[in-house]
Write a protein that binds this ligand. Structure first.
Ligand code: ADP
Ligand code: MG
Length: 297
């Protein structure tokens, strides 16, 4: 028998490094007219490096102590920022104390008990206590790091701001060209969905030409951004990597996950997986789908 065009396209996509989970998904990819890209780990490499360690001045901890607390609490997280923080502690040869009662809140951060103290690490906008006297100073440190295009991560000890870490991430190779191809294919500039702050999203957006940036989003906010487009009659492709992207991947017309950077949940939820995280395969597979659909009678 001759292979049906959509099935042949699935095989072809596989050769391009895209695991398309079914012929139905292959067909739906060609219907996409709007693309929503996650930032961290999708448009960027998601392999950030700790480039700034800023304890609160005055009674704050030493730099290495701050990093040790943060790394101990982050040890149980698979978030790219968590991995970078643990790696930074390891590079400095800091022994990591055990952490108990670890919990992670997607899009917000982590919490654990380290040496009897409650350590929280995560998004300053979510974790900075409104009524704490040290919050103003911590906020100033955060703003200074973000102005340099870094992602700022707040560290709290027993509810008191202890310091801020600054992390730098890089665009994936070909990110700008991929965004341009997706715009050409769909007739619409992709949008950027991120749990990160507007300031941290500004540089990757500017470098790829993306104008429509939705920042500070929780997982459910990403879903709502996708639903709003779909209610307006659009067929949305979501590309993401994180646990925080899984609900949006499920809500999308088609969801594509990053194979290497991606969390298990994202890979399981997505309709297709970019096995080697090569962004350029996203427009390639849309083109394959369109060509196959033309052959289906
Ligand atoms: P994105 O949508 O860009 O992939 P996420 O939703 O994963 O980003 O994270 C949004 C923000 O939440 C991060 O910028 C960070 O401030 C905070 N955050 C989430 N998880 C963690 C973590 N494990 N450690 C530190 N910060 C975290
Ligand atoms: Mg992400």
């Amino acid at each position: 028998a001759t292979m049906p065009p959509l099935l042949a396209a699935v095989a072809n996509a596989g050769r391009h490094g895209v695991l398309v989970k079914s012929a139905v998904v292959m067909e739906r990819l060609g219907e996409v007219d709007t693309v929503a890209l996650d930032k961290t780990g999708t448009l960027t490499e998601g392999a950030p490096q700790v480039t700034a360690i800023r304890p609160l001045p005055g009674p704050g901890p030493a730099e290495e102590t701050l990093l040790t607390w943060a790394a101990a609490a982050e040890h149980g997280s698979e978030h790219p920022l968590a991995r970078a923080i643990v790696a930074a502690a390891r590079e400095r040869g800091l022994p990591l104390p055990a952490a108990d009662e670890f919990t992670a809140a997607p899009g917000i951060g982590v919490r654990a008990t380290v040496g009897g103290a409650r350590i929280e690490v995560g998004a300053p906008a979510r974790l900075l206590p409104a009524d704490h006297p040290a919050s103003a100073t911590a906020g100033t440190l955060v703003a200074a790091l973000e102005e340099h295009g870094l992602t700022a991560v707040l560290v709290l000890r027993d509810g008191t701001p202890a310091g801020v870490l600054g992390l730098a991430d890089r665009l994936r190779p070909g990110a700008a060209a991929t965004v341009a191809s997706l715009q050409a294919l769909t007739g619409r500039m992709p949008m950027l969905l991120t749990g990160d702050t507007p300031r941290a999203a500004a540089r990757p957006a500017a470098e790829t030409g993306i104008v429509d940036v939705r920042a500070g989003l929780l997982p459910q906010d990403k879903v709502e951004a996708v639903r709003a487009q779909q209610t307006a009659g659009r067929r949305v492709l979501v590309v993401g990597d994180g646990v925080n992207d899984a609900p949006a991947l499920a809500a999308a017309h088609t969801g594509v996950a990053m194979g290497r950077a991606g969390s298990d949940l994202a890979l399981e939820t997505a309709d297709a997986v970019i096995v080697r995280d090569e962004l350029a395969t996203v427009p390639a597979v849309l083109t394959l789908s369109r060509a196959a659909r033309r052959l289906v009678v």
